[in-house]
Ligand binder design. Structure first.
Ligand SMILES: [Fe+2]
Length: 170
């Protein structure tokens, strides 16, 4: 709990089950898995913020780590779906020139000012939600839609958490 908001929602993740091979869709999911705004970017950014913040911000440091662990669950879910759809879950995504490129650590910001970090985190979570909503439209698959809708609930909760911490600081 932080500011009365639960960090881990008491809502189970729907089972993925069997998926029909669909490499086109798998490559689309890779953007949310290992593209610039992706689960792996969120995990590494939040852990960097967790490590970098001063120890007097211990409560916020703990929250960042807990949220990073939730993003890791999302990485696991997306990677599992990508594999079931028939491609390898390497940390790669298509870039703007349609080449598959490896995720790189320079895709994330290394901001250390807490207020700026929180503002960036909120923007990134919103972009992630928009991407998931687009993927739901592209997927046209009930099993995948259910899972992505559950992930969106977490990302919306993360925005609520970051916003409430920000409101207490400004
Ligand atoms: Fe996520």
């Amino acid at each position: 709990m932080i500011n009365g908001i639960q960090i881990n929602l008491d809502i189970p993740y729907p089972p993925i089950g069997d998926l029909k091979p669909n490499s086109k869709l798998a490559y689309k999911l890779k953007e949310a898995y290992a593209g610039p705004i992706s689960e792996i970017s969120c995990i590494t950014k939040y852990i960097f913020e967790h490590i970098s913040l001063n120890s007097d911000l211990n409560e916020i440091k703990t929250v960042l780590k807990k949220i990073a662990i939730i993003e890791m669950k999302h990485l696991d879910i997306l990677g599992t779906m990508i594999k079931k759809l028939g491609i390898s879950p390497t940390y790669t995504a298509f870039n703007s020139v349609e080449n598959e490129s490896y995720w790189q650590s320079n895709l994330i910001s290394y901001e250390t000012d807490l207020i700026k970090c929180l503002k960036e985190n909120i923007i990134d979570e919103q972009k992630a939600i928009n991407l998931y909503k687009q993927l739901i439209i592209d997927a046209q698959d009930e099993k995948i839609t259910k899972v992505l809708k559950r992930i969106i609930l977490d990302e919306e909760n993360h925005i609520k958490i970051f916003q409430s911490i920000l409101n207490n600081l400004i």
